[in-house]
Ligand binder design. Structure first.
Ligand code: FMN
Length: 313
């Protein structure tokens, strides 16, 4: 039997597959066995109620989708009362995802979520810091390090930090998150894009721009996972365009310890179960007994070439 288990710090996952925040709900139990999942990542919540963005909030693109859902949230009290209870009915560890507009709000929520039913807290830092002129935490290494430190100091739970891909140098932000005390990184959130309605001379999305996800982003996020893996020593969780078991293996080869699966679920609601069933088939074909052995196992042609060149010289 193939061992699909992986470790994210101290957290043991029976397999590396979990949903990406905002793309999962318990209603998926109508089409798949949720208990098969390595972990359950909830939709991001905010401390207080907020309504989310104006409509239209989604647009289909070539090989992907754009969304500008924002974070419609009933607030943390409601999350603790209802969602946590609902998710705790399943056997997989529950990961809460939080979004906030200040360090103090992040601290308040990481503290409030340090409860038995929550196994880890994911910081969605792709949100404006209203105390830094509205600049997104995730786009600035100083803001990232500070907010992670504050969140970590106010929590008893592992802190996963979800990075934004909308930066020039992702490894700089990854290092900042690690320095702040992150236990793992999720790489990454959506890529900023837009869609145009040429018939009506209008932007399609209610917020004009939105986040691109799905197959279209996979090569970019693979490259970012590789860069993060080589810059830091905490686990990296890959997220972006993963649609099948081969994609999972590709992310693990470049250094992901686990993955999150999002947009493909809208296309094939049982995709995560299919992936979990297909992974051992790939492992058997390659004679791999532990999926964890695949993490970071890629070799790079450019390095091989330079090695050969060194030999020639
Ligand atoms: C409809 C939708 C809602 C999302 N909501 C959230 C969210 O609440 N919090 C978050 O961190 N990411 C959110 N994301 C981003 C996903 O978690 C994920 O990072 C992104 O979609 C890339 O993965 P994918 O290509 O597999 O979808 C959302 C994505 C989509 C498509």
């Amino acid at each position: 039997m193939v061992d699909l288990s992986v470790e994210i710090g101290n957290l043991h996952l029976k397999n590396p597959i979990m949903p990406a925040s905002g793309t999962f709900g318990p209603e998926l139990s109508n089409v798949m066995d949720i208990n098969l999942l390595g972990a359950l990542v909830a939709k991001s919540i905010t401390r207080d109620f907020q309504p989310g963005n104006p409509t239209p909030r989604v647009a289909e693109t070539d090989s992907g989708m754009l969304n500008s859902i924002g974070i419609p949230s009933k607030g943390i009290e409601e999350f603790l009362k209802t969602t946590v209870r609902e998710y705790s009915n399943f056997k997989s560890p529950v990961v809460a995802s939080i979004s906030a507009h200040s360090e103090a709000e992040f601290a308040y929520m990481t503290n409030a979520l340090s409860i038995e039913q929550i196994s880890a807290i994911e910081l969605n830092i792709s949100c404006p810091n209203l105390e830094a002129g509205g600049k997104s935490f995730a786009l600035d290494s100083n803001l990232t390090e500070k907010v992670v430190k504050v969140a970590k100091n106010n929590s008893k739970k592992p802190i996963w930090v979800k990075l934004s891909p909308n930066v020039t140098d992702i490894s700089e932000i990854a290092i900042a998150a690690e320095n702040g005390g992150a236990d793992a990184l999720v790489v990454a959130n959506t890529l900023l894009g837009m869609a145009v309605d040429s018939e009506n001379f209008r932007a399609v999305l209610g917020t004009t721009t939105g986040g691109l996800s799905g197959r279209a982003v996979k090569p970019i996020i693979l490259r970012m996972v590789k860069e993060c893996y080589h810059s830091i020593s905490i686990p990296v969780i890959g997220c972006g365009g993963i649609s099948n078991a081969t994609d999972v293996v590709e992310f693990m080869l470049v250094g992901a310890s686990a993955v999150q699966v999002g947009t493909v679920t809208f296309e094939h609601p049982a995709a995560m179960e299919t992936i979990i069933n297909d992974l051992p088939i790939w492992c058997k074909r390659k004679n791999i007994k532990r999926i964890a052995d695949v993490i970071g196992a890629i070799t790079f042609p450019d390095r091989e070439i330079s090695g050969v060149m060194e030999g020639i010289r």
